[in-house]
Design a protein around this ligand. Structure first.
Ligand code: ADP
Ligand code: MG
Ligand code: ZN
Length: 642
């Protein structure tokens, strides 16, 4: 079984802390450099004030005594003396004394002094003021630059120290035509759209509803598996109604500082009321909305406060406020009951994983801007992708286009799309991941083990393709073809599925008398399935028809979702029951493999040779060994075991 493709296109690119530190030091150094440069400039300016030949003060005093000096101009500390012959000389006077006092101290007689025309200029001019105040100005500028750099760097490093409290909602304005989404962009989900049309109607024409005294729901909860289009649908409601759309993710409420969540909520609701009519959309609300009071310590308080604030704000809505809160979650089972109470998120809209027709519609939407070759048949692609969510289909279309572009074709062909299905299901082929001969042999027998059991057990899904080209994390894989989009599964199917999962394990043990780490994922998946059979579906004959665990299952170190509703004695019984299901399935798998040993060998040998066996060839191998291939009408691959 391959891991689900993760989808992290929304991640922001914050630089890693190290890098931003060096960047910070860099710009800090830059600031220092500018500072020193300015200081140097300052001292240069202040020294080069007056022209003329420099002279000592005592020389000037002597010259004055001789009577050869005609005028002296004092400007601050600078003294410029003009001689009778027209030459000028400059000197500096002592700062604390007047020039005349100084000259007298140097022995100039008062009557000699009176022959000289002494002019004292008041300090003035731009230059003077600049010089006087520049140290002050420079330090202010320097500090300002420093603070600016600091705040910038801190924000770069992801610390919202200076903006905390403000809600971080992204706002889409109604007249923003480019990012506008409407119901036309959402395929399928007919019931959900119908339900939401009412909300759109109210936002467009509130008077009609208010006049007859109708109270429009304040909160709408969108529930559905990841990638089924909850976020998209919420945006579409805003787009249809042409109202402002405030979107924030639950985890963004609770970030770094305690107490921020609640103030962000207040902020968000205030903004929305100002922009009314508006929609507030809280994505992934389970991040703040988990049931309160059962967890352990720490950050729970913060979440609780945030949640309380949301409830308070929703209760404070006036009927004519025209602000509607939408929220989305894929874990409605863990939500706090207070959120679901009437008057809060009492409207609940479920979005299902798309069925075949919906899948075709979704594919058509994402095919809009892509040039297709003539052979493309989206219906066939839709048939082959049971269990795909809208997001998976979107990425399928994209992968198909990428494959075509890589091979320098201008049109996307059906073959590209078929290959894209497997890529989305299993991750890209890792052809460079070379298995050693022994690994290849083990993987071949492992996958052949799955394949044999799928072919001989009555309720197992037939094989569509086997491969030992590693993909994503799986070393090899077996694709199966279930008959339909299954809504209900029976106990017999589950038991056969478990046996198929164990096929790899059994084959390895039988042939190599040893085990590898290869089957670990198979074991996990099948054990979990066995456990669910016992605790959720009442399929155990010993424990009988009790659901011992809710749909949420058990969460260990996260928030305690549900306290286990059974005693330790029952827990031990569950373990025993799970073990007995697993052992029984293994016995059946062993028996199937032993009786079809030749078939197993044939498949494995062929796999080592060609690495991938498609359905037609596989069926031929089956027939050659006296096994009738299962006849199923539709071809819809699904991974059951890898
Ligand atoms: P969710 O919020 O339920 O996890 P999103 O709304 O983020 O899923 O869906 C992810 C992407 O998948 C959307 O941007 C869209 O491209 C595609 N998608 C999902 N469901 C649909 C749908 N019903 N119709 C068209 N596109 C869809
Ligand atoms: Mg979403
Ligand atoms: Zn396996």
């Amino acid at each position: 079984m391959a891991p689900k493709p993760t989808n992290n296109k929304n991640k922001k690119n914050n630089p890693p802390p190290r890098q931003s530190l060096t960047r910070f030091l860099g710009s800090f150094g830059m600031g220092l450099l500018i500072f020193f440069f300015l200081i140097a400039l300052y001292s240069l300016l202040s020294n080069n004030q007056a022209g003329g030949t420099p002279e000592s003060l005592s020389q000037l005093a002597a010259d004055v005594s001789k009577g050869i000096v005609s005028t002296i101009v004092v400007d601050g500390d600078n003294v410029t003396a003009t001689y009778n012959d027209g030459t000028t000389k400059t000197t500096k006077k002592e700062a604390e004394n007047a020039l005349t006092t100084t000259l007298v101290n140097y022995g100039v007689k008062p009557n000699q002094l009176s022959t000289v025309n002494i002019q004292v200029q008041a300090p003035s001019g731009f230059g003077y003021w600049l010089l006087t105040f520049s140290p002050l100005i420079l330090s202010v500028i320097f500090i300002a630059i420093l603070v600016w750099f600091l705040t910038r760097q801190m924000r770069g490093a992801g610390m919202q120290a200076f903006t905390f409290g403000q809600s971080k909602a992204r706002i889409t304005h109604p007249d923003d035509k480019k990012s506008r989404v409407t119901f036309k962009d959402v395929a399928g989900a007919k019931e959900a759209k119908q339900e939401l049309m009412e909300i759109v109607d109210f936002l467009r024409n509130p008077k009609k509803f208010l006049d007859v005294g109708a109270v429009i729901p304040k909160g709408i909860l969108l529930m559905g598996a990841p990638g089924t289009g909850k976020t998209l649908l919420a945006r579409a409601v805003a787009g249809e109604a042409s109202v402002a759309f405030f979107s924030i993710s639950g985890s963004e409420f609770v970030e770094m500082f305690v107490g921020v969540g609640a103030s962000r909520v207040r902020d968000l609701f205030k903004m929305a009321k100002q922009a009314s009519p508006a929609i507030i959309f809280v994505d992934e609300i389970d991040a703040v909305g988990r049931s309160r009071g059962v967890g352990m310590g720490g950050g729970n308080d913060e979440r609780e406060q945030t949640l309380n604030q949301i409830l308070v704000e929703m209760d404070g809505f006036e009927p004519n406020e025209k602000v509607i809160v939408m929220a989305a979650t894929n874990r409605p089972d863990v939500l706090d009951p207070a959120l679901l109470r009437p008057g809060r998120f009492d409207r609940r809209v479920t979005i299902d994983v798309p069925d075949r027709n919906d899948r075709e519609e979704i594919l058509k939407i994402h095919a809009r801007k892509k040039p297709f070759a003539e052979d493309v048949n989206l219906r066939v692609i839709a048939e082959r992708t049971p269990g795909f969510s809208g997001a998976d289909l979107y990425s399928l279309m994209n992968e198909g286009a990428i494959l075509a572009a890589r091979e320098n074709r201008t049109k996307v062909s059906q073959y590209d799309l078929i290959r894209a299905i497997e890529k989305v299901m299993l991750g890209p082929e890792r052809k460079s991941h070379i298995l050693s001969d022994q690994e290849k042999k083990i993987t071949a027998y492992h996958e052949a083990g799955h394949a044999v059991i799928s072919s001989v057990l009555e309720f197992a899904d037939p094989v569509h393709k086997i491969s030992i080209v590693s993909r994503g994390r799986a070393a090899g894989y077996v694709l199966h073809l279930p008959l339909e989009d299954r809504k209900l599964q029976s106990k017999k199917e589950f038991l056969d599925d478990i046996a198929v999962s164990l096929g790899g394990y059994v084959a390895e043990r039988l042939l190599f008398s040893d085990l590898t780490t290869g089957p670990s994922n198979d074991l996990q998946v099948s054990t979990a399935l066995a456990r669910d059979m016992v605790t959720k579906y009442g399929m155990s004959s010993n424990l009988g028809p009790v659901a011992l665990e809710g749909a949420g299952g058990r969460v260990l170190f996260g928030r305690g979702v549900e306290e286990s509703a059974y005693s330790e004695k029952v827990a031990a019984e569950i373990d025993a029951e799970v073990r007995s299901i697993m052992t029984e399935a293994m016995t059946r798998a062993e028996k199937a493999i032993k009786t079809n040993r030749k078939l197993l060998e044939a498949i494995a040998k062929r796999l080592i040779e060609v690495e991938t066996i498609e359905r037609e060839e596989f069926d031929k191998i089956l027939v050659a060994h006296g096994v009738t291939p299962k006849k199923k009408k539709d071809i819809e691959p699904q991974i059951v075991a890898a």
